[in-house]
Design a protein around this ligand. Structure first.
Ligand code: GLC
Length: 522
């Protein structure tokens, strides 16, 4: 009998689906997605078989960073709907047995936020200290050599003409950094959390959370590091104190409210620090996986490094191939559908919580965005192309969307692919179902197995439930001897599912293999 590990928290076995609301679904017909649009497509997501949604920012914002520049944390931007729509979304999500986590952007506000407007009004403003201000040096020197993201090499300081001082911004000048060293700031951001937790959200995705703590001395970076935007190398002990207090706040709520962090650290042993002693982040995005190329050697290495970094502190891994900040993995991996299919099986069978970015289940590639339609300061428009829902003229949008369509939008639309059970969409659905049905895939131990070059092989095990996963990264077929009789449960190309595994792995094919007796018994 398989033990179902009823004690494991939901976020360990869940598959979390990221919705970038501007580009997901548009109910109002203005070409920008909205909350009612999301509600209208929840049945589709339930059909697909994901467990939870991470919703990128939908708060009031002047949209200079498309919502990651918040001007009111406790309201919905009219572009996306209203608080009533949000409450309806929470209810509709929960009715379908899904969970909802939302983005929380605690390290910086929009320069339009009333806090910053008040802070910059005068040096004596009671809110002045909510942000980080410094004087220009006698000879016009900046306070330090920190640079900001988005504008490579540009200072992380901008002069506020009115009050004559510089303020710190790790991203755009329109995104001033909050000063978490001021307890009022921390309290205000805790209030924001309570506002949404009280409305029923199941957790948060904490944006650039490593950047809430700042070096109190604002010391120069070494010349080598100074070429990197400061936030990407910011590492402060005080951040962990802040995180423990955020975690304590979450823990006071019923129902395992979860926090996944975005921390700009590449090595798992570094990201592990942000899990604390089980008293900081529940999960931390694994950047190794979003930066990995399509090679068996790279993935074997990432898997080993992830286990070596996280296992000693009992931290649960995450895997992510695409999100709203990077070119889609299908595009990064060269565009072949066979690769996108194999990647689906890889993402959904590794030990840890997978994050799936809307549209990857359709096999979407980045849109080719002509220069005159580029709107993002970071040039990330391609991966933010709208989801094609059907093959009609407006593809289910009611208006021309704010960004161009991804390639092959009709053929890859949800409607077309739902009708074709050989589609990549159906492959995602079958893989998600296989994962849901198997404690080994959801929560089991993971062992890398010896395999031919170009082939990645691992076993997942939980009590007497066992799966073997094979991913052939190469354009040539490979052989694998599992040493026992196994059956193909899921094949990335759909071939021979339910049949005994012959030892042959096709070029760019991935397979989930199970023990024959159990698989045929269901
Ligand atoms: C995070 C977000 C990104 C945003 C940045 C600044 O990295 O994922 O989209 O631009 O933070 O808030």
């Amino acid at each position: 009998m398989v033990t179902l590990h009823p004690g494991a928290p939901w976020w360990q076995s869940a598959v979390i689906y990221q919705i970038y609301p501007r580009s997901f679904a548009d109910a109002s017909g203005d070409g920008v997605g909205d909350l009612q649009g999301v509600i209208g497509r929840l049945d589709h997501l339930a059909w697909l078989g994901i467990d939870a949604i991470w919703l990128s920012p939908f708060f009031r914002s002047p949209m200079r960073d498309f919502g990651y520049d918040v001007s009111d944390y406790c309201d919905v931007d009219p572009l996306f709907g209203s608080l009533d729509d949000f409450d309806a979304l929470v209810a509709a999500t929960h009715e379908r047995g899904l969970r909802l986590i939302i983005d929380w952007v605690p390290a910086h506000t929009s320069s339009d936020h009333p806090w910053f407007v008040e802070a910059r009004a005068s040096r004596e403003s009671p809110r002045r200290d909510w942000y980080v201000w410094r004087d220009l040096g006698a000879n016009g020197e900046l306070p330090n050599n920190w640079t900001c993201s988005f504008h490579p090499g540009q200072p992380a300081w901008t002069l506020d003409e009115g009050s004559g001082q510089l303020y710190l911004h790790s991203f755009l000048p329109e995104q001033p950094d909050l000063n978490w060293a001021n307890p009022d700031v921390e309290a205000a951001m805790h209030d924001v959390l309570r506002f949404w937790l009280d409305r029923g959200v199941d957790g948060i995705r904490a944006d650039v959370i490593h950047n809430i703590g700042k070096d109190p001395l604002l010391a120069d970076l070494s010349p080598k590091l100074a070429r990197i935007p400061q936030q990407a190398v910011n590492e402060q002990p005080v951040t962990h104190e802040y995180l423990r207090r955020i975690r304590a706040l979450l823990d006071r709520y019923e129902g395992e409210r979860m926090m996944v962090g975005e921390v700009w650290r590449l090595l798992p042993e570094q990201t592990a620090l942000y899990y604390g002693k089980g008293d900081e982040l529940h999960l931390n995005f694994n950047l190794l996986s979003i930066l990995a190329d399509w090679s068996a050697a790279t993935w074997r290495d990432s898997i080993e490094k992830t286990a070596a970094g996280l296992d000693p502190v009992d931290a649960w891994p995450t895997w992510v191939l695409s999100n709203h900040d990077f070119p889609r993995h299908r595009t990064r991996f060269g565009g072949a559908e066979a690769t996108a299919r194999a990647a689906a099986i890889l993402l959904l069978t590794l030990r840890g919580t997978p994050f799936l970015y809307m549209g990857e289940e359709l096999g979407l590639e980045d849109a080719v965005v002509p220069p005159d339609r580029v709107v993002d300061p970071g040039g990330r428009d391609g991966c933010r192309a709208p989801i094609p829902w059907d093959a009609s003229a407006d593809r289910g949008w009611g208006a021309d969307p704010w960004l161009p369509w991804p390639p092959d939008a009709d053929a890859r639309s949800v409607e077309r692919q739902r009708k074709d059970d050989t589609s990549i969409l159906h492959l995602y659905r079958r893989t998600l179902a296989a994962r849901r049905a198997s404690p080994a895939l959801r929560l089991g131990e993971q062992t890398l197995l010896p395999a031919a070059e170009g082939l990645l092989a691992y076993r997942r095990e939980c009590d007497d439930d066992q799966r073997t996963v094979l991913v052939n990264f190469r354009d040539q077929p490979a052989r694998f001897d599992p040493g026992e009789r196994l059956e193909i449960e899921v094949a990335s190309d759909g071939a021979h599912e339910g049949e005994p595994f012959s030892g042959d792995v096709r070029a760019r094919q991935a397979l989930i293999l199970g023990r024959a007796a159990r698989t045929s018994a269901g």
